[in-house]
Design a protein around this ligand. Structure first.
Ligand code: MSP
Length: 517
């Protein structure tokens, strides 16, 4: 294993009761962008995604589909694999909780918790939501339109009474509060940390961690008829993937604890309360961060299968092209906030920032070079104050972008990059290189060289969000060294390098006609 610094990032593992939609694509995309960023920045990255395949919800979905649970899981899990391909995700591993290595890992974790006295046998009588795979207390429930009881998420609940093993969550209240107070960026955004903190400060009850009324789950070691509660099974995937229980393995040593668990706000409690509690009880190191992002609505409406307004990522990619989809999702909405998807905002955002913005900047510059400099990158003469100023800010842009990425503030990172693209646009308008051909060709060469080098650096920085398009721009400039160590002076363009006739990389998008919407 290399001695580069490690970076371990995970997505939630997705339930296979549902085909992938834009919400799933969103979480994994955020991880993909961060993983790509860290690789370019010299890290040894482990980027994990996968599917969550046990539990009552999956068992019932398989029953409804009329097939065996594992066959059902194989089918839907494959669809998530296809999504990863279609979205150009760069995961290092795709884990499935039905894999043998995972069952062994979570059973080991169970035994450790048991040996340390954190598990006891009792019986559970209370409310359970199969849709959320969560237990709720009476006081959390609300009434639906017909008077039926609902979970705070709006999901139906059912009364459950069965023998169960419990985890002594209540005994960890103080340790958890200490964690939130001492490591204030353990949960981001900050408002989410406050939410978690006040939930824990309100008092914790022990958690039921096994079920006996169905069988689709990991068997509890030494307890016939008990399968593990699907969340203890699911959360442990983050350990399994890096080699647990072999804590001496190279990958565990290198990658645990995880740097970022990326999740949606809906599963915050599981990741910021239960997960650190299991790890604290097992004496395992805690992850550095749980980032809970917001939810997408579709043209103002909650996305749901029953409303029939699920946004299909495959269809979006077909309509607008992959990199536009990747860009829009992470640029349009401040990461952490909820966002509303609309075709109009999609088309507007992509046309403004991609086709008119960076696309136009690079197409104009490359065309001027191709036409006026004999199809080769021009020599750079002595630099004016404006040239130096522009190059200097671009040369150091990565520091600002890195600071935003380290807080998962994607929108700010992209804003910073696009601000520099806009600065390059103003530079063109002031320098008017098209007028220099006759009056001062040497100066024209320098201006075009500076612009080309700015575009090189912007394209290097855009690789994490738009890998294919950035790569096309870099190909046109004949840039082969694309890591962040090539930014600034280190990788400056070589004058005299022949370039091909430039072709536009970011097509203009059209709003769908009324009939399509
Ligand atoms: N299986 C659990 C997670 C276990 S992790 C140890 C689960 N799976 S899920 O299939 O329901 O996926 C949940 C994740 O999908 C959310 O946390 C969120 O990241 C993403 N999204 C699902 N719908 C979404 C939106 N409408 N908008 C944004 N993201 C949402 O929970």
């Amino acid at each position: 294993m290399s001695n580069r610094p490690a970076f371990y990032i995970t997505t939630p593992i997705y339930y296979v009761n549902d085909v992938p939609h834009i919400g799933h694509a969103y979480t994994t995309l955020a991880c993909d962008v961060l993983a790509r960023f860290k690789r370019l920045d010299g890290y040894d990255v482990q980027f994990l995604t996968g599917t969550d395949e046990h539990g009552q919800k999956i068992e019932r979905s398989a029953e409804k589909a009329g097939i065996a649970p594992l066959e059902f899981c194989d089918r839907v899990s494959a669809r998530f694999g296809e999504l990863a391909e279609a979205m150009n995700f760069s995961q290092d591993q795709f884990i499935r909780t039905t894999e043998e290595r995972h069952k062994a890992s979570v059973q080991h974790l169970w035994k450790v918790l048991e040996d340390k006295g954190f598990i006891y046998e009792d019986s559970y009588a209370g409310w359970y939501s199969v849709r959320d795979e969560a237990f709720y207390s009476e006081s959390e429930l609300t009434s639906g339109e017909g008077g039926e009881k609902l979970a705070p998420t709006g999901a139906p609940v059912e009364w459950v009474e069965e023998p169960s093993y419990f985890f002594r969550l209540s005994s960890l209240q103080d340790k958890l509060l200490e964690l939130y107070d001492s490591q204030q960026d353990f949960v981001l955004p900050r408002s989410r940390l406050n939410e978690v903190r006040s939930f824990v400060a309100g008092g914790l009850e022990d958690l039921s961690i096994s079920r006996t009324s169905f069988s689709w789950g990991v068997p509890v070691p030494g307890a016939d008829g008990h399968v593990m509660y699907v969340w203890i099974d699911a959360l442990a995937n983050y350990l399994t993937a890096v080699g647990y229980p072999d804590v001496q393995s190279d990958s565990y040593q290198k990658f645990w604890p995880a740097n970022v668990h990326m999740i949606g706000k809906d599963i915050l409690r599981f990741h910021a309360v239960y997960w650190p509690a299991f790890l604290l009880a097992a004496d395992l190191p805690l992850p550095q961060r749980v980032f809970a992002h917001g939810w997408w609505t579709n043209e103002g409406q909650k996305i749901s299968k029953s409303l029939g307004n699920v946004i299909d990522p495959f269809e979006l990619i077909d309509s607008y092209g992959l990199d536009a989809v990747r860009f829009y999702l992470l640029r349009e909405v401040p990461f952490g906030n909820d966002g509303d998807f609309s075709r109009q905002s999609f088309v507007q955002r992509c046309n403004a920032d991609l086709s008119n913005g960076i696309g136009n900047l690079s197409q104009r510059t490359l065309s001027m070079i191709f036409k006026n400099c004999d199809g080769a990158l021009p020599p750079c003469g002595s630099l004016s104050v404006e040239d130096k100023e522009l190059l200097n800010t671009i040369d150091h842009l990565v520091d600002e972008v890195r600071a935003h990425m380290n807080k998962q503030a994607f929108h700010k990172a992209f804003e910073a990059i696009w601000k520099q693209a806009a600065a390059a646009d103003s530079y063109i308008s002031v320098q008017e290189p098209w007028k220099l051909k006759k009056t001062d060709p040497e100066r024209m060469n320098t201006v075009l060289y500076v612009l080309a080098d700015v575009i090189r650096q912007l394209a290097i920085l855009m690789q994490p969000i738009m890998p294919a398009s950035s790569s096309k721009v870099l190909d046109q400039l004949k840039v082969t060294r694309r890591g962040f160590d090539q930014l600034g002076e280190a990788g400056r363009l070589v004058a005299g390098t022949a370039i091909d006739k430039p072709v536009g990389v970011f097509p203009r998008l059209e709003l769908p006609s009324e009939d399509d919407t």
